[in-house]
Structure formats: structure tokens, C-alpha cells
Write a protein that binds this ligand. Sequence first.
Ligand code: ATP
Ligand code: MG
Length: 139
Amino acid sequence: MTTGVDLGQPQAQSVRSDEDVVRVRQLVRAVAVSVKLSLVDQTKVVTAASELARNTLVYGGGGSVEVTVVDNGRRKGVQIVFADSGPGIDDLDLAMTDGYTSGGGLGLGLSGSRRLVDEFQIETSAETGTRITVTKWSR
Ligand SMILES: Nc1ncnc2c1ncn2[C@@H]1O[C@H](COP(=O)(O)OP(=O)(O)OP(=O)(O)O)[C@@H](O)[C@H]1O
Ligand SMILES: [Mg+2]
């Protein structure tokens, strides 16, 4: 019997409300601690997760988040997948630009999140919605 977070077992959180965004933050923080990210890196990945989960809620119409401990043989990390079945992002280059918002935001969520993590991948279409995968490695 082991304690803590199992390698490779995703932990899921639905994103339907502001409270769920808080739960995503808490889950990501716990997993980041378990893979021994520094306090600064914990805060970076929690901040990115908060922004992306908020986008899932606001623009995606809600969705799900999965948090997984990953291991590349040298380091452990936290990988987070944000998925929604919303309208997709029409112009991804524009959406990734600092300051671009289609709503009333600051337009820093996507671009800022990308800078806060080590790996950042977006798949988006009008048919399937938006799926963003980010990874932060311990160092
Ligand atoms: N999951 C999503 N589905 C559809 N569109 C999205 C999604 N996430 C982001 N977008 C689009 O990308 C734009 C930029 O997102 P970003 O998070 O950078 O800024 P914002 O949410 O508008 O403002 P901020 O996050 O700074 O408050 C959004 O305004 C929205 O048009
Ligand atoms: Mg945003």
C-alpha cells in the first residue's frame, strides 16, 4: 500500500462552476507537491491551471480536467488535460496573443499559461471542442 499520488493514474475533476475551478487549483497543488515541484513552480502550474480551467468554464461551457503524475525516466512532473465540447478556438494564433480577448478579460490566460509551464499543446476544432495539455517537470 502506498500513500500519495499514484504514477499514471489520472485524477479527474469536472468544471461546471467557480467552486470546481477552486477544486482544480487544490488538486493541481496537491499533485505538484507530491512530485516535489519547488514552491515557485507549484504556484506557476496552479496559476496556469486556474486560467485554463476558467477558460474551460467560461468559453467551453464547462468540461473536465484530468491531472496525472508523469515520469520521463529522469524527472517527475504533473500533466494536466483541460477538455471541453464548446465552440473551439477559431483563430488560435490570435487567441494566443497577449492581450487578445473575445470577452471582457485581460487576454492573458492562454499566453500567460504557456509561459508558466514546460509543455503546452492545444487541439481545437468547432466539431470536437478544445483540449489543452500542459506539463510541468520537477527540476
Ligand atoms: N476553451 C476555450 N474554448 C473556446 N474559446 C476559448 C477557450 N479558451 C480560450 N478561448 C478564446 O481565447 C481567447 C483568449 O483566452 P485568454 O484566456 O488568453 O483570455 P481571456 O479569457 O479572454 O482573458 P483572461 O484569461 O486574461 O481573463 C478568449 O477570449 C476566447 O475567445
Ligand atoms: Mg482566460
